[in-house]
Design a protein around this ligand. Structure first.
Ligand SMILES: NC(=O)c1ccc[n+]([C@@H]2O[C@H](COP(=O)([O-])OP(=O)(O)OC[C@H]3O[C@@H](n4cnc5c(N)ncnc54)[C@H](OP(=O)(O)O)[C@@H]3O)[C@@H](O)[C@H]2O)c1
Length: 163
């Protein structure tokens, strides 16, 4: 499994869930996140500021792209036949190309699911997955939280506390 944007809010959970399921995980992020992602269990790390992951890997079963956008289709060539790509934002994919490559592309909007949340709760309690906290702000300081988010390079989640 290749996870693009692996250090972010979505990516760091995806990495841990993929490891829980026994996958070999390749994490793509900027260089400063390498130790963090290794601690979370990444088997390989690619610094996207130094190399292009789509030129380094192949025969991937699943690409989870938390960055998405028009550039997401470059990962198609890393998939094996029968592989799947999941961009968190719908991208610009050519159906003819995906059929020719024998891969599937799908995306979905997150929605709450009691059974899945209960399972995640058990995984958190058991220490199988962890929440990494990038930074914490009081709800009344939500503006600063947005400013933090806008600076990018998030590692984990931003937390708002309610007094
Ligand atoms: N479909 C859904 O239901 C759903 C649900 C939740 C979120 N989303 C969307 O998913 C996206 C990610 O959300 P998030 O909460 O994980 O965001 P986030 O916490 O800001 O994480 C984004 C991560 O991507 C990395 N990144 C930025 N540019 C990159 C690049 N070119 N290549 C590789 N990594 C890059 C950033 O750090 P570095 O650049 O330092 O590596 C950061 O760690 C957002 O667009 C959000 O709207 C969709």
């Amino acid at each position: 499994v290749l996870i693009n944007g692996a250090a972010g809010g979505v990516g760091h959970f995806a990495l841990q869930l993929a490891k829980w399921k026994g996958a070999h995980v390749i994490a793509v992020a900027s260089g400063a996140h390498a130790p963090f992602l290794s601690e979370l269990g990444a088997d390989q790390f690619i610094d996207y500021t130094k190399s292009r992951p789509e030129e380094l890997v192949h025969d991937i079963d699943l690409v989870l792209d938390t960055v998405g956008g028009p550039d997401s289709k470059r990962f198609l060539r890393t998939l094996k036949r029968g592989g799947a790509q999941f961009p968190v934002l719908p991208g610009d994919f050519d159906e003819e190309e995906t059929v020719k490559l024998g891969v599937t592309v799908s995306s979905a909007q997150v929605r709450s699911n009691g059974a899945q949340l209960a399972e995640l709760g058990r995984l958190l309690d058991a220490g199988t997955i962890h929440v990494a906290i990038d930074s914490t702000f009081a709800l009344t300081d939500a503006r600063a939280a947005h400013e933090r988010a806008a600076r990018g390079h998030i590692q984990g989640k931003i937390v708002l506390t309610v007094a």
